[in-house]
Design a protein around this ligand. Sequence first.
Ligand code: RIB
Length: 309
Amino acid sequence: MKPVHAGGRIVVFGSLNMDLVARVPRMPGPGETLAGHGFFSNAGGKGANQAVAAARQGAQVAMVGQVGADAFGAELGTALHDNGVDVTDVRATAEAPTGVAMILVDDGAQNCIAVIAGANAQVGPADAQALVERLGPGDLLLLQLEVPMDAVQRAAAVARERGATVVLNPAPAHALPAALWPLVDILVLNETEAGMLDGQASVDASSAAGVGARLLQRGPNHVIVTLGADGVVWTSAAGTQHFDAVRVQAIDTTAAGDTFIGALAARLAAQLPMADAIAHGIRAAALSVTRPGAQASMPTLAEVARFAP
Ligand code: RIB
């Protein structure tokens, strides 16, 4: 098994969205109009969320991505900067508006999200060139699937050439090109994404270990399946380990997965063993679901340290 020897910087190559969030008592059906009971906007996008989650856990983080040359884009850049994320390689394009996510959150804390990619769809393989300067041995590259797949694949290849560790979160769920699998060191995915990649409807605590073992054979060294209230299952060549979830009163699960991944990466970058990093990620994600929003909900390192569920 290839060990994770991180202990360096984190670079996120991915999406930035402005999240427009409506609170509703329950999810409306097709054609139904429903009275909501709250609205707010906050910075989101799976890439930017993971960057902020890692930065709030004390990591040195840089973001590579694109926003539109508009007010939302400026706001998202400021949000990252205010969290200590290096935004030198977040470009504002005149060719598309900033990405937007329309989010419904119901009284059961579940969400429904429609993403309009906007400038995120303009990210291409050439943007991965920025990673040549930014990545080296010990650094981590975090990838998701809210920017085009050819750009994701090129970014992973550059990171590999530079000796960095590649962490892929295949979200939103999408089949991966064969050439991308062997470029991935750590695959982090939820039950739906795991089911999709393994050709099943979904995955639960009893099937996650088998799915993890099969996905491991395609190239990654670590497969980490997040199962919400059923915890996390980590599979590597050393075997499988289950981690219990932390019980909390959830009010909004948006970006819980992003919080987990950012916190996990931050702890790996601080040279903690994988099991400790996973346990830390679970605690950070548990705190995030007790608060509304995406980046607005993410805890600091001190908050996770103080957290006594
Ligand atoms: O993972 C949560 C994120 O998904 C939201 O912030 C939204 O922007 C979508 O990208």
